[in-house]
Design a protein around this ligand. Structure first.
Ligand code: NI
Length: 193
């Protein structure tokens, strides 16, 4: 296990499109080690998500999670964020029956590659994601609320997209101290992605 160095905004690896992982590569010892190291790095920096480009590996892999609740096909609760490692994720916003388009949700985000900054980002509230898990099996998950936000934030990293790019306005761009003083709700988690 190793704690990896996190790339900060400005490093070109954060703006590159990460390469697709071959299914056979997923179960290799080196790739499994990479996943373990990413979980350890995420914990060390108290993140709730970490994408491989953030630790200078330009491959389509991210880890995420808040607690070790059991992973099921449905992650519907706002606070449930089981530990997951997702490879080659493909995200589809979920559209409620009868609705013309996906419901959007605005909430605060932070990023381990953009330390001590918070900003409000609008994203689809509920998603479906197809990916490989760390056993190399194809899986499909539905998520809404926080897990949906984290998964979309991490998947963006694989395309070289940072949360600033998703902000509709920079009016909410806030340093962490000021976020804590003026914006933070008492029950908010204060974690980076
Ligand atoms: Ni991030």
């Amino acid at each position: 296990m190793a704690i990896l160095k996190v790339a900060r905004m400005g490093h070109p690896v954060l703006r590159a499109k990460a390469r697709t992982v071959e299914p056979a590569e997923i179960v290799s010892p080196a790739f499994q080690q990479l996943i373990d190291d990413m979980f350890e790095t995420m914990r060390e920096y108290q993140g709730i998500g970490l994408a491989a480009p953030q630790i200078h590996e330009s491959v389509r892999l991210f880890v995420a999670g808040l607690r070790s609740s059991k992973l099921t096909g449905q992650m519907s609760d706002d606070d449930e964020m089981p530990f997951v490692a997702l490879i080659n994720p493909v995200i589809t916003p979920l559209i409620a029956p009868g609705a013309a388009e996906a419901e959007l949700d605005a909430d605060w985000e932070g990023c381990l590659s953009i330390p001590d900054i918070r900003g409000m980002v609008t994203r689809p509230k509920a998603i479906s994601v197809k990916a490989f898990n760390r056993q190399g099996k194809k899986i499909e998950l539905q998520a809404s609320g926080l897990p949906a936000r984290v998964i979309q934030h991490e998947a963006d990293h694989l395309d070289g997209v940072l949360f600033f790019d998703r902000m509709k306005s920079f009016e909410t761009l806030t340093f962490l101290d000021e976020y804590s003083r003026f914006w933070r709700k008492n029950d908010d988690d204060d974690d980076d992605e």
